[in-house]
Design a protein around this ligand. Structure first.
Ligand SMILES: NC(=O)c1ccc[n+]([C@@H]2O[C@H](COP(=O)([O-])OP(=O)(O)OC[C@H]3O[C@@H](n4cnc5c(N)ncnc54)[C@H](OP(=O)(O)O)[C@@H]3O)[C@@H](O)[C@H]2O)c1
Length: 413
């Protein structure tokens, strides 16, 4: 049980549908309307992934699947699960058959697909929409309001509008009323209040603390690999020096930064690395009973490490919370509302790795072409004839844009 939970990667479950007045969605196995641009929006939405190589899972009821023309397939960046208790084999163009919604979710969230799939898109019909709306991972409903009457024999299920709240605007969702073929419609997004409550609870408790910038620093090779057998896969002394310079920089003498380490990451560093100037170290682990040599604190989870830095007695001392890996703590930090920068060294070469930098939304964390570089310098290749080189330090920064963009990335994780 413990094991299977560890292997499960939570995926956002999202519904997408178009409904007319009376919440009708279909008639005689087909859409009751012809709205080509609305359909294009649907395709664009479900095929969007954060980076090449990633895929989404589309979950289809059987009738819904067979009502779509074969010419629609293949669809970019998508794998398809058809739900049926009666079909005996996977229909043409589909990839999987599941007997119920939960099996389709598990398929996407467990190995071997867990690392590939980003979002589970539920595309109808009625029963699978119903199942998805009550799923704990369901965070968003993309509901196009077709503002007209159509005769329908299938309807979008009832849902609690106290739980799913309509958003005024939403990233990548056009606002305003659209019109096609004399039919008016608008794209809408509803967000699960359960997700919102969780976020605002977290924000409320954070408000009482002294906000500290949470910053990630990592070096990744092609494929976003960052480690092998508990070690760095490369030996780049000047890159390591840059890392040390960055994390130990404080605005004035007497100030310190907090470095947050996963346990494996901590023990993979030679003792000679320590002590580091201007740094207090927190090691994250639930099993260690004692603070390891050279470290200063042990925390059960990332949030506790943040609290430690942001509440008395350390709040006045600590300037920046530097997150130095591994994978889980990077993941936690990326979804933290105080996370403002990712310092990512792009090691432009292939290395065999068994640990990877986690997925993140490049719409939220945007690559800075310049601006930071003059502050922190451009990395030079170590001049020892090695095949690899580190040319540029990529600094990612989220746009100063809406909280929403940030929140939606939070719900992804
Ligand atoms: N407007 C929109 O956005 C929109 C979106 C989607 C669909 N539609 C319309 O809706 C209609 C199709 O929807 P529908 O509700 O009638 O049919 P459907 O859900 O596509 O297909 C029903 C069949 O799919 C299987 N199935 C569905 N959910 C399942 C689940 N949770 N677990 C196991 N099997 C499941 C069952 O097959 P077995 O009997 O083999 O077990 C069931 O009999 C069409 O008119 C379509 O155009 C409209």
């Amino acid at each position: 049980m413990e094991n299977s939970r560890e292997k499960t990667q939570k995926k956002p479950v999202r519904l997408i549908a178009a409904v007319c007045n009376d919440m009708g969605i279909g008639k005689d196995g087909h859409l009751p309307w012809k709205l080509p641009s609305e359909f294009q929006y649907f395709l664009k939405t479900v095929t969007r992934v954060s980076r090449p190589g990633k895929m989404n899972m589309m979950v289809w009821g059987k009738l819904c699947w067979f009502s779509h023309p074969e010419t629609l397939f293949p669809l970019a960046n998508t794998l398809h699960v058809v739900l049926s208790t009666k079909l005996k084999k996977v229909p043409d163009h589909a990839h999987f058959l599941s007997v119920d919604f939960e099996s389709a979710v598990r398929l996407s969230a467990e190995p071997p697909l867990a690392d590939l799939i980003e979002t589970i898109w539920v595309v109808g019909g009625m029963q699978v929409y119903k199942d998805a709306l009550s799923h704990p991972w369901c965070d968003l409903v993309y509901l196009t309001d077709v503002m007209a009457d159509f005769e329908c024999d299938v309807f979008f299920p009832e849902f609690d509008r106290g739980v799913f709240k309509l958003q005024e605007r939403f990233p990548q969702v056009p606002s305003g009323i659209q019109e096609e073929d004399g039919v008016k419609y608008k794209f809408q997004t509803l967000i699960s209040q359960l997700v919102c409550d969780h976020l605002s609870e977290m924000e409320n408790s954070l408000e009482k603390m002294e906000r500290k910038p949470v910053r990630l620093i990592a070096a990744v090779c092609n494929d976003m690999g960052m480690g092998k057998d508990g070690q760095m896969p490369w030996n780049l002394p000047s890159e390591f020096q840059y890392f040390l310079n960055t994390v130990t920089r404080v605005s004035r003498p007497g100030k310190m930064n907090m470095m947050v380490w996963g346990k494996l990451c901590w023990f993979s560093h030679p003792e000679t690395t320590f002590p580091l100037a201007n740094i207090l170290h927190v090691v994250l682990n639930t099993k260690l009973n004692e603070v390891p040599d050279h470290a200063h604190f042990l925390s059960d989870d990332f949030e506790s490490a943040v609290r430690l830095s942001a509440e008395p007695p350390l709040a006045d001392l600590i300037e920046t919370i530097w997150v130095v890996g591994g994978m889980q703590v990077y993941k936690d930090a990326l979804s933290h509302p105080w996370c403002d920068l990712v310092y990512l060294t792009d090691v432009m070469a292939d290395f065999e790795c068994d640990v990877f930098f986690p997925e993140f939304d490049r719409e939220v964390f945007k690559l800075q072409e310049s601006g930071y570089r003059h502050d922190y310098g451009t990395m030079l290749t170590d001049a020892d004839g090695s095949r690899w080189e580190v040319e540029v330090v990529n600094v990612y920064q989220p746009p100063a844009s809406s909280l929403w963009t940030h929140k939606s990335s939070l719900s992804l994780l």
